[in-house]
Design a protein around this ligand. Structure first.
Ligand SMILES: [Zn+2]
Length: 70
C-alpha cells in the first residue's frame, strides 16, 4: 500500500526519514531528516554539510535505532 507522497520533500513527524536533494549548477544540494526513532531533526545545505548530515543520520538515527546499536 502506497502512501500519498507529500507535496514537499521535507520530512515531517508524520513522515520521518532522510531526504536529500542533489544540487544543480544553480542551486546547492539540500538535506533534511526527521528521525522516526528519537524525533531529532536536522537540515543542511551544500554538498559537504549534506554529506555530514547523511553520515550523522546513518550513524546515529533512523536505522541505527534498530538492531544492536544505539
Ligand atoms: Zn534518532
Amino acid at each position: 500500500m502506497f502512501r500519498k507522497l507529500p507535496a514537499s520533500l521535507t520530512p515531517t513527524e508524520e513522515s520521518p526519514g532522510l531526504r536529500v536533494k542533489g544540487g544543480t549548477k544553480y542551486s546547492r544540494s539540500q538535506g533534511d531528516y526527521v528521525c522516526g526513532g528519537c524525533g531529532a531533526e536536522d537540515h543542511a545545505n551544500g554538498d559537504t554539510d549534506v554529506k555530514a548530515l547523511v553520515d550523522d543520520y546513518t550513524a546515529n538515527h533512523g536505522p541505527a535505532h534498530r538492531g544492536g546499536r544505539r
